[in-house]
Design a binder for this molecule. Structure first.
Ligand code: SAM
Length: 308
């Protein structure tokens, strides 16, 4: 298994297949990607994943923008499935999921994350700009029925907006057999005024959860994230901000919609462009660029912040 200069193994690929989205969330970091009109073709995504597989990268997550906006999304999953990844997952806002859940499962998708920050119509609308809460709930039910397992609900905590809904969302997840994933707001660039407005530390929420939990687990290769077990259900906490443990346990490479390897969510000064190599017939250059991108990885939070 390939490791970076800091001894971190590279185990997963997070691919943003489009920057387009059908929602307009007030906090969205768009996976830290820069504006672009380029969108990788299904064939390009397949080739990049094939090379990743040769480096023993066995997990792939499809994200966006909104991945279900792509007309060829089921074919993309089928193509990845033919590469025998151990785990293929997706994160979606769930708006189109009702119609896609069975097709995605059949194509080889193993599991799914659905972003849902509120169960109140007016709050959902104030966050996303759209009135789609019922569609998302239907999508979640369909995903569970289709056997995408587990279904995780991504709840981003926003100060004074949804911070009091944690236990309602937990009950919703418990009823549906889903896992709640609570996410800390991330600041992507210095001009992001959403961060000043909505950032809420997860300390008090995590403390409440910890008190109720029967068991706690740490996910070593998933940024050292904590998982809490309560009443036969689970809550996972994702706290990337100023978290050197999170970075020390990062095992992920990202791919942008315009075919660049992005070694870190929080940086755009060390991207590796795969487009020229995708024009070559052989995968030799692609492999070299993967190695270069892995070499460029350095923990953002922690001692090595400024190492290129
Ligand atoms: N449209 C898809 C979705 O809604 O899941 C995929 C893209 S979205 C960028 C992926 C995840 O990133 C979502 O769960 C969302 O909550 C999270 N996210 C977006 N902006 C964020 C931010 N500023 N801080 C932390 N997480 C964020």
């Amino acid at each position: 298994m390939i490791k970076d200069r800091f001894g971190r193994p590279i185990k997963s690929l997070r691919i943003s297949v489009t920057r387009r989205c059908n929602l307009n969330c007030i906090y969205c970091h768009k996976e830290g990607t820069l504006p672009t009109n380029y969108e990788m073709s299904k064939e390009e995504i397949y080739r990049i994943c094939k090379v990743a597989k040769e480096f023993d990268i066995n997990k792939v997550k499809i994200t966006g923008g909104e991945p279900l906006i792509r007309k060829d999304i089921v074919e993309i999953i089928s193509a990845l499935n033919s590469l025998n990844f151990k785990d293929i997952s997706m994160t979606t806002n769930g708006v189109y999921l009702k119609n896609y859940a069975y097709k995605l499962k059949k194509a080889g998708l193993d599991r799914i994350n659905v972003s849902l920050d509120s169960l109140k119509n007016h709050i959902y609308k104030s966050i996303t700009g759209k009135d789609f809460l019922d569609k998302v709930k239907e999508g979640i039910s369909k995903a569970i029925e289709a056997g995408l397992h587990p279904v995780k609900i991504n709840m981003l905590i926003l100060k004074d907006i949804n911070e009091n809904e944690v236990w309602d969302l937990f009950e919703f997840c418990k009823e549906h057999g889903a896992i709640l994933q609570i996410i800390e707001l991330v600041k992507i660039d210095d001009n992001s005024d959403y961060f000043e407005k909505y950032y809420k530390s997860l300390d008090s929420i995590e403390e409440e959860i910890r008190k109720k939990a029967e068991k706690v687990m740490e996910r070593k290769f998933m940024h050292g994230r904590k998982k809490y077990f309560i009443d036969g259900s689970e809550i996972e906490i994702v706290r990337p901000m100023d978290n050197s443990v999170f970075c020390a346990n990062c095992t992920r490479l990202r791919i942008t919609p315009d075919a660049k390897i992005k070694p870190c969510l929080l940086r755009n000064d060390n991207l590796v462009d795969l487009k020229p190599a995708l024009k070559c017939k052989s995968n030799y250059m692609l492999k070299k660029l993967f190695i270069e991108a892995i070499h460029r990885r350095s923990p953002y939070f922690g001692k090595y912040k400024y190492v290129v």
